[in-house]
Design a protein around this ligand. Structure first.
Ligand code: HEC
Ligand code: HEC
Ligand code: HEC
Ligand code: HEC
Length: 492
């Protein structure tokens, strides 16, 4: 099945190095044809101009062009679960795709609007368009969005995290405010090597797990530049619920082994990490966001074979006799899958079908578990009401049920926030979701016994009252879109 893949790895050559000298001397004193061709309202300082990819594009026109293509809808009909940014399709909200999430996240911004990702070009734009409830944490929300994040954090210190989002954004030159992941996020402008620009988040986290960010190999960086953003993080709060930092919950882990168990342990290690209150249960909880790096690097088959994020998402391409890294970052299923061909002998449609089969298996389990966790939440709601009405609720059993519920909840949202629909680490995805199902079942058993003892009648089938949560969401009053709901696939 696998063809010799060594020749692919390390095959990308740093071309255009000759342009480096030009680049470093590319300041604004020489007002020649290389001045940025942009609609500036006021002239940008050289430092601000250097953040705009258009500026780099004058030396690397193909890279810039491909980067800009992340603003274009992706080819349709190739991916099964990531269609919301395809040509002719409507954007997808995870709350419509997976209605149990609307129930579980009810009570804060993520329960109002939680869109599937689209191209890098839009990352700040999408924050400006999303339900305002999502930006309550403040400047902290810009950390994995604007290329200015490191600069803002340096200038503002701790205030960066809590200052209202719009106020922080307003510190940037207007024409650069909506820039998405830019060349400077991943590259050093003196030589174009890959670099970690977010020392205040990823750098700190790497040191915590015993890695030296200044001594990373090129292969490590081809994954870690993505791990600046495609990771989960906590926004610890002070007593007034103001954001104080952005922290990766990696303590106790190592490179190649950041399991969900450690992530949960870190979240639960301090009340400061509990960022929101779940409306249905009244519990204060932490949150888990897009843990692509953690999930992938936890000993997945491709990680063990030495494959980096860039190898699959930024395949090599040929442009007039040059071999370049494709900067149109998107789902590999939507391209020719040339990156895979170095190791896999199957033709693209056949390999794509194998990926989708893995995703189908994952989704079948994920949906079942999601509804089981949602049913637990409703049983807590019932117990809370019974208690308020003066019924005897056994607090010890309640505590045991709650612990099992939280263990189920965090596992469920870990694999759900991960964006590959289980593919990045198939076995691990199934393990985590099955563990979640077991915890959810244990919680349910305790809840039912406890409620029965208190004299409550619990129906066999708990009514989730989903329409209460899926409709009229947030400040935009979003409606449920049943046509976007993902139904259980038939798994062979
Ligand atoms: C500066 C932060 C940042 C960095 C660095 C980054 N990403 Fe992203 N990425 C995002 C955000 C945010 C989104 C979602 C954007 C949106 O929906 O507006 C995203 C979206 C994506 C998507 C979905 C695209 C689509 O068409 O739907 C893929 C694939 C992706 N990133 C892969 C990568 C890979 C691979 C790397 C490293 C080579 C990387 N990203 C580096 C923040 C980042
Ligand atoms: C072996 C190849 C491979 C590797 C390595 C890989 N991915 Fe993926 N990735 C995929 C496939 C396949 C999908 C599923 C796409 C789909 O369903 O359309 C995917 C999906 C994604 C998505 C969601 C895409 C979308 O359109 O919404 C993101 C984001 C992403 N990967 C980021 C990463 C990051 C970050 C890394 C490294 C930590 C990584 N990937 C490593 C193959 C890979
Ligand atoms: C999300 C991270 C990311 C962003 C943003 C990014 N690059 Fe890259 N770039 C990479 C990776 C990964 C490689 C491959 C490096 C390797 O093989 O060692 C690369 C390689 C390159 C190379 C070396 C030649 C090649 O094609 O392999 C150039 C030149 C380059 N990028 C230019 C740019 C320009 C210009 C921009 C902005 C328009 C940009 N990059 C934005 C990640 C990024
Ligand atoms: C550097 C080599 C390499 C690259 C590149 C690579 N793979 Fe793999 N792939 C592997 C290895 C090794 C395994 C594990 C094989 C095993 O355990 O039997 C694997 C396993 C798989 C599997 C599960 C096994 C199967 O055949 O059903 C799928 C699906 C898959 N890869 C898809 C992809 C896709 C899609 C891409 C490109 C986006 C890709 N791979 C890129 C090496 C690679």
């Amino acid at each position: 099945m696998l063809a010799g893949y060594a020749k692919r790895l390390g095959g990308a050559v740093l071309v255009l190095l000759a342009a480096t000298a030009l680049w470093s001397g590319c300041s604004h004193n020489n007002a020649d044809s290389r001045q940025p061709a942009q609609m500036t309202e006021e002239p940008l300082s050289p430092a601000d101009a250097a953040i705009d990819p258009a500026h780099w594009g004058r030396l690397y026109p193909v890279h810039y062009q491909q980067w800009k293509l992340t603003s274009e809808p992706t080819p349709a009909g190739l991916s099964k679960y990531k269609r919301g940014f395809d040509v002719g399709e409507e954007r997808r909200d995870k709350l419509d795709e997976y209605p149990f999430l609307a129930l579980l996240y009810s009570g804060w911004g993520f329960g109002a609007e939680y869109n599937e990702p689209r191209g890098h070009y839009y990352m700040v734009q999408d924050q400006l368009e999303v339900d305002p409830g999502r930006l309550k944490a403040g400047g902290a929300c810009l950390t994995c969005k604007t290329p200015y994040a490191p600069k803002l954090q340096k200038e503002m210190g701790r205030a960066y995290f809590a200052t209202p989002y719009k106020e922080v954004l307003a510190r940037l030159p207007k024409q650069n405010q909506a820039l998405g992941a830019a060349c400077v996020d991943c590259h050093d402008n003196q030589g174009m090597t890959l670099r970690i620009s977010r020392d205040f988040t990823l750098g700190k986290a790497l040191r915590q797990i015993g890695m030296d960010p200044s001594k990373l190999t090129r292969e490590q960086k081809k994954t870690l530049v993505c791990a600046q953003c495609h990771v989960t993080y906590m926004i610890p709060k002070d007593e007034e619920m103001h954001s104080t930092d952005v922290v990766f919950p990696w303590a106790g882990s190592r490179e190649g082994g950041i399991p969900v168990e450690n992530v949960i342990k870190n979240i639960k290690s301090s009340p400061a990490n509990l960022e929101w209150t779940q409306a249905v249960t009244g519990f204060k909880l932490g949150f888990i966001r897009h843990p692509e790096y953690e999930f992938y690097s936890n000993d997945s088959p491709h990680w063990s074979a030495g494959v980096t994020c860039a190898d699959c998402h930024m395949p090599l391409m040929s442009v007039s006799h040059e071999t370049l890294t494709d900067h149109r970052i998107m789902s590999p299923l939507k391209g020719a899958m040339t990156a895979c061909a170095g190791c896999h002998e199957e033709k693209a449609p056949e390999l794509r079908a194998k990926v989708i089969a893995i995703q189908d298996r994952f989704i079948a389990s994920y949906l079942k578990t999601g509804y089981a966790v949602a049913a637990d939440a409703k049983l807590f709601e019932m117990a809370n009401k019974a208690k308020a009405a003066g019924k005897q609720i056994d607090s010890q059993v309640y505590g045991i049920a709650r612990e099992n519920y939280e263990q189920a909840f965090y596992r469920l949202i870990f694999v759900g926030a991960e964006n590959s629909t289980g593919f990045h680490n198939p076995k691990e995805g199934m393990r985590v979701v099955e563990d979640a199902a077991r915890y959810a079942a244990t919680a349910e058993m305790h809840l039912r016994q406890m409620l029965a003892k208190a004299g409550e009648r619990v129906p066999e089938q708990v009514d989730l009252e989903l329409s209460k949560y899926t409709g009229n969401r947030g400040q935009k009053h979003l409606k449920f879109r049943p046509e976007h709901e993902i139904k259980a696939p038939i798994v062979k």
